[in-house]
Design a protein around this ligand. Structure first.
Ligand code: NAD
Length: 297
């Protein structure tokens, strides 16, 4: 049965996600500070909401796709926000990538108002958002997950229930901390191989079938040649921008500090990506850090 879905944050990710909900036959009310972003939705058959409050009052389901925790807190808990205006029983899905503490705080405020909420950050990038093939990592109670899944299935391909509130965010930043660290490790190995006169293809042939094998090597090789599909072969155009990797590594450090976990390599990866981004790497693919390490060496 078609639902009325309010969608807030119609940017690079939220825009195509909202359009996929329209294509599936739902009534989608959109809200964004950017008129151009709203126009893309209305051109595709969605409707413009006058305000967050108006959207929340009408919606059976609200989806948010915003830049950071402060925006999510404001849109849910601020004056004229979702929690003051949505009906009790409304399903709330926050797909923004934000800090775990904000995700848990907003979720518990929603629960107090009798609303069901999940945090459901994604991986898969803009291409996955357009194709409806995103991976959703979902935190929240079983009932909220079951209800949200019907909508997440439209926007994504793999939907994983990671546990209670905030665990979607936790899964995302833990995974991306592995990714950031492993990309640096693989990049360092290629730079060392160059200095030692070991051909990149030879290192790839050995490590891709040996104990050094990992996703950063065999699905996203940071040097051109061995894996023709990796961003290294198209001058490090993203892909997954280094600025996004830095954002996720910072969130991982925030969470580690808050939870008292020792993550020394995560901290180092965060520092190295900050240096890379500050030296002009911001908009390049995150595998471009190999060039920074080559220079730094
Ligand atoms: P974006 O900047 O393109 O879109 C964010 C949108 O939110 C913008 O259109 C902006 O106008 C809107 N917005 C900001 N504050 C608002 C407010 N108060 N009220 C209404 N609208 C507001 O960003 P994006 O690339 O779409 O990313 C969104 C989220 O998805 C981020 O948390 C990001 O980390 C995450 N993410 C992005 C990617 C990616 O490849 N782009 C991949 C995975 C996860």
């Amino acid at each position: 049965m078609p639902s009325t879905i309010g969608f807030i944050g119609l940017g690079n990710m939220g825009g195509p996600m909202a359009i996929n909900l329209v294509k599936a036959g739902h009534r989608v009310l959109g809200f964004d500070l950017s008129e151009a972003a709203v126009a893309l939705l209305t051109d595709a058959g969605g409707e413009k909401a006058g305000s967050v409050a108006d959207l929340a009052a009408q919606a059976d389901v609200v989806v948010t796709m915003l830049p950071a925790g402060k925006h999510v807190r404001q849109i849910y808990q601020g004056e004229g926000g979702i929690l003051d205006n949505a009906r009790s029983g409304t399903l709330l899905i926050d797909s923004s990538t934000i800090d775990v503490d904000s995700a848990r705080a907003v979720s518990s405020a929603a629960e107090e108002k009798g609303m069901l909420m999940v945090d459901a950050p994604v991986s898969g990038g803009v291409a996955g958002a357009a194709a409806g093939t995103l991976t959703f990592m979902v935190g929240g109670p079983d009932k909220a997950f079951q209800e949200a899944k019907a909508f997440l299935d439209i926007m994504g391909k793999t939907i994983v229930h990671a546990g209670g509130a905030g665990n979607g965010q936790a899964a995302k930043i833990c995974n991306n901390m592995i990714l950031g660290i492993s990309m640096i490790a693989v990049s360092e190995a290629f730079v060392l191989a160059e200095k030692l006169g070991l051909d990149a293809q030879k290192l790839y042939d050995v490590s891709s079938t040996a104990s050094g094998q990992c996703w950063s090597l065999t699905s996203y090789c940071p040097v051109p040649g061995p894996l023709p599909t990796s961003p290294a072969n198209r001058d490090y155009q993203p892909g997954f921008a280094a600025a996004m990797m830095l954002k996720d590594l910072k969130l991982a450090q925030e969470a580690a500090n808050s939870a008292g976990a020792a993550t020394p390599l995560g901290a180092e990866a965060s520092s190295l990506y900050a240096l890379y981004c500050n030296s002009g790497g911001n908009e390049t693919d995150f595998s471009g850090i190999v060039n920074f390490l080559r220079g730094a060496g």
